[in-house]
Design a binder for this molecule. Structure first.
Ligand code: FFO
Ligand code: ATP
Length: 206
């Protein structure tokens, strides 16, 4: 009984990882094939939808990812957060895991170094306020594919899922999770595991 159960769960796990990798590849290719104009068009629409949400308007402490070209452009969102006087936190990752540290202004944003993945992020030498000490109302979450019901597939390192588990252990009030997406990233069946957190709102164009 014990053995067959163990065998089955190992089998299922390797299977889902392969499915996740295949979906990741397929959707990444679709996004890579979008023109810069189309990415800008969709980013503008998503931005406006986000600005209209009460969860966005009311948030005081916001975590936001600093986008790559293959993600909805978050630069104008960051600018708006600063204009509205909110405190902004951005991911800082390394092998050991990810934290969210404070970004102070667009000037600060302009001088950030980039990681091997070409993601802008503050240096680990910088002493910055940690969102886990202050609490977050809203997390704007990146990802590769999303389902309309809020399932999320990321880049496969598990950084966000692990971070969200940490938050849920530390705070009674869980932040609202919003994922901006190109419409090509929204698909009905996103493979998930038990450790995957559900997104509250998937925002996409059209
Ligand atoms: N703009 C943006 N920033 C973000 C994320 C994101 O998705 N978008 N992240 C969202 O999580 C974190 C970075 N995620 C990363 C995920 C994988 C690898 C990476 O090196 N992947 C290797 C394989 C690593 C492995 O197998 O363990 C590779 O593909 O070569 C790097 C960063 C934090 N910052
Ligand atoms: N809370 C957690 N505790 C321990 N392991 C976890 C947790 N969340 C995710 N993992 C593990 O991390 C690995 C990668 O997870 P997954 O494929 O879901 O990443 P992802 O959501 O695509 O990536 P990311 O969150 O970095 O964008 C998996 O093996 C998963 O089991």
């Amino acid at each position: 009984m014990m053995n067959s159960f163990r065998f089955r769960s190992i089998f299922t796990m390797s299977n889902i990882k392969e499915i996740k990798a295949a979906v990741r590849d397929e959707i990444s290719k679709k996004v890579a094939n979008l023109s810069a104009e189309e990415r800008n068009r969709q980013s503008e629409i998503v931005k406006r939808k986000l600005f209209d949400l009460p969860a966005f308007k009311n948030a005081k402490h916001v975590s936001i990812y600093l986008s790559l070209d293959t993600e909805i452009n978050t630069e104008p969102i960051l600018r708006k957060l600063f204009e509205d006087g909110k405190r902004c936190f951005v991911p800082r990752y390394r092998k050991a895991g990810m934290e969210m540290v404070e970004l102070h202004s667009m000037d600060d944003w302009n001088t950030l170094p980039v990681t091997k993945w070409n993601i802008k992020q503050p240096s680990f030498k910088d002493q910055r306020a940690d969102a886990l000490d202050l609490g977050l109302d809203l997390i704007i979450v990146p990802g590769v594919a999303f389902s309309p019901t809020g399932n999320r597939l990321g880049h496969g390192a598990g950084y966000y899922d692990k971070y969200l588990s940490k938050i849920s252990k530390q705070f009674d009030k869980f932040p609202i999770l919003i994922a901006p997406a190109f419409k090509e990233q929204v698909i009905d069946n996103v493979p998930t595991e038990e450790t995957d957190h559900k997104i509250d709102v998937i925002l996409h164009a059209d």
